[in-house]
Design a protein. Structure first.
Lengths: 110, 286
């Protein structure tokens, strides 16, 4: 529960404080948001499966965001940034979809 | 993950498919299951205060990061907006500079002409007369006289994308050519003198005359004997073209004779390569 509470606090703090993002970080934002969405859906599904774990949630969230940013950074350095971004979006998108489908089955039994 | 894939009886699939298969069948982070199994075997893990605090801090940080990213992405890119404003300002400033320079140019032109006249009047009136004719024909000076005015306007209800019902550069070319053929002595389109160096063309949807974009209505003015111009203009293909435009595309075109027209001077031509023949050589030839 700590993790979820912390996340909520963080979201509210972010909305209130509106920190500015340095220009150098701008390219990583879309991927970071998608990675965060993936972790959120994964956590929600685990919660419905009854196996939610604070530590796993936070660690998977963090590693998702960092790894996604790293892949985009690497891609930019190699000149294949767009393609790698696409790959990340595809993989994470598939995961989000299947997690969302599992959540739907849990909630609506359909 | 491979282990799990085989457990589920997917061993028959090509190895390269295992990633996709596990992605599709078990999208949940395996960490959750591992943690659940650990809890079963070892009981609930005892969490230290430090560990919990770290967890909470990380979670807060992630929340801030995610929402900041989302908010930043939703906001219009300030850099882009700023760059646009800077460019707009620059365009406006440059336009002002251009018009200032044009005014100066016109003033200097008049000065040159009066000085030229003053200098030549006494020494060589013959050259002065020839110069006046040359200037009039080449568009170097503004001219006035009677003539006809042809007005072309887009169809009243023509939209932005309704390309067919708008006046094209080719329509203007036909009209201008028709006027030349009818014996016009000087022609202008929307106040821009048409000379031998003037191109009437289009860029996108805009009609450009001498690289200046114009908008409907297009007013083509030609100096010449109004009656003769009008009669002979009616004999050129331009007349049929105007009739076709009106009938098929609702593009209105009118031809009126005007008692006095003012056709402005053309911008001074920039000749990079063309050079006039040396005067002596010309005289030898003739």
């Amino acid at each position: 529960m700590i993790a979820v509470l912390g996340l909520v606090v963080g979201v509210i703090a972010g909305l209130l404080l509106e920190p500015t993002v340095p220009a150098g970080m701008q390219p990583y934002l879309p991927i970071a948001v998608i990675a965060a969405l993936d972790a959120l859906f994964g956590g929600l599904r685990a919660r419905l499966d009854g196996i939610f774990d604070d530590k796993v949630f936070v660690v998977s969230f963090l590693s998702n965001v960092v790894l996604a940013a790293l892949i985009v950074f690497l891609g930019d350095q190699l000149g294949v940034g767009t393609q790698l971004s696409t790959a990340v979006v595809v993989v994470l998108g598939i995961r989000i979809f299947s997690n969302a489908a599992a959540i739907r089955r849990h909630l609506f039994k359909a | 993950m491979t282990e799990r894939g085989q457990d589920r009886g997917n061993g028959g699939l090509a190895a390269s498919m295992s990633l996709l298969t596990s992605l599709l069948t078990r999208p949940l982070d395996p960490g959750y299951e591992a943690a659940a199994r650990r809890r079963e075997t070892e009981g609930a893990p005892r969490r230290t205060v430090g560990g919990s605090a770290l967890l909470a801090v990380l979670a807060v940080a992630l929340g801030v990061l995610t929402v900041t990213a989302a908010v930043t992405l939703r906001a219009p890119q300030p850099a882009v907006v700023q760059a646009r404003a800077v460019l707009e300002e620059e365009v406006r400033q440059r336009s002002l500079e251009v018009s200032a320079a044009e005014t100066q140019l016109a003033a200097l032109d008049t000065e040159i002409q009066s000085l030229q006249r003053a200098a030549l009047e006494a020494s060589d009136p013959q050259i002065l007369a020839r110069l006046a004719v040359d200037e009039a024909v080449s568009g170097a000076t503004a001219l006035e006289g009677p003539g006809v005015r042809v007005t072309l306007a887009d169809a009243a209800d023509a939209g932005e994308s309704d390309v067919d019902r708008r006046v094209h550069d080719s329509d203007l070319r036909v009209v201008v050519n028709g006027l030349w053929a009818a014996g016009a002595e000087a022609v202008s389109v929307n106040g821009l003198r048409v000379t031998g160096l003037t191109a009437i063309r289009s860029a996108g949807q805009a009609v450009l005359v001498d690289l200046v974009p114009l908008a409907s209505p297009y007013v083509v003015e030609a100096i010449g004997d109004p009656d003769r111009l009008e009669t002979r203009f009616a004999g050129t293909p331009a007349r049929d073209h105007l009739a076709l435009l009106r009938a098929a595309y609702d593009i209105t075109g009118s031809v009126d004779s005007v008692a006095s027209l003012l056709v402005p001077a053309a911008a001074a031509p920039t000749l990079d390569r063309a050079a006039p023949l040396v005067l002596e050589a010309q005289e030898e030839e003739t």
